[in-house]
Design a protein around this ligand. Structure first.
Ligand code: C5P
Length: 220
């Protein structure tokens, strides 16, 4: 039996990118490594939580000691989160694709005699953070979202917190000059109902530990 402030607590963490198919061999993706999500899952585990780690095709391996649920698309991620409920908290660290191809081809697309490239019609994906935040009976007691911003970080993230209906937003400045995107460090601002708190720049593992401790303080 796990010991620690989050013993007996179940936390869902989403992580990594999603892959949205174009045809059986091609997909749309993004550059998320899954590093911050994996570090958060490990830090929650270290505080004794049972962690359901719902991950897209990330480059960083999942931590040991968590339940790993591998998915590819945003819709699979939403269904996996749904199946993992109920939970005491949910941390949505995945970089979910905003759109998918409306009708992914069932067979590999081929060049044809016309030389005309195919047009991809796109449809909006489900917003998993907004969906889980809006649940009535099954809403986790604490829902944490992320916001990657390049400008007006606090203003944009505060608006995002209200729009998504989550409890906390962990916001970071991903402007190229910060070196944060794809780097080992992060400098975040945590937005709660009662205001914004700037955390000093530190390693992604340290951000994860501090966030896990804040979560333990809220639901432990
Ligand atoms: O709207 P935006 O993508 O900036 O919001 C980021 C937050 O929303 C992250 O916590 C991300 O995991 C979550 N999100 C989600 N499902 C989506 C899009 C974003 O859960 N389809």
């Amino acid at each position: 039996v796990m010991q620690g402030p989050l013993a007996e607590r179940h936390v869902i963490v989403t992580s990594g990118p999603t892959h949205e198919p174009i045809d059986p061999v091609r997909y749309i993706a993004n550059r998320s490594s899954g590093a911050q999500g994996a570090a958060i899952a490990a830090a929650l585990r270290d505080l004794g939580a049972r962690v359901s780690f719902v991950t897209g095709p990330a480059t960083v391996p999942p931590p040991d000691g968590v339940e790993v649920i591998r998915v590819e698309t945003a819709r699979e991620m939403r269904d996996a989160v749904d199946a993992a409920l109920p939970a005491d908290a949910a941390v949505m660290a995945a970089a979910v694709a905003d759109w998918r191809v409306t009708n992914a081809a069932q067979k590999k697309m081929k060049k044809d005699a016309s030389g005309k490239p195919p047009a991809l019609e796109m449809t909006e994906n489900p917003d998993i953070l907004a969906w889980i935040s809006g649940l009535k009976k099954r809403r986790p007691g604490l829902v944490v979202g992320f916001a990657a911003e390049t400008n007006d970080v606090i203003e944009n993230a505060t608006a995002k917190r209200l729009r998504k209906g989550c409890d906390w937003i962990v916001a970071n400045d991903v402007s190229p000059e910060t070196g944060i995107m794809g780097g080992a460090e992060n400098a975040v601002t945590v937005i709660r109902e009662d205001g914004a708190e700037d955390w000093p720049r530190m390693g992604k593992e340290a951000v994860a530990r501090r966030l896990a401790e804040a979560i333990a303080g809220a639901i432990g």
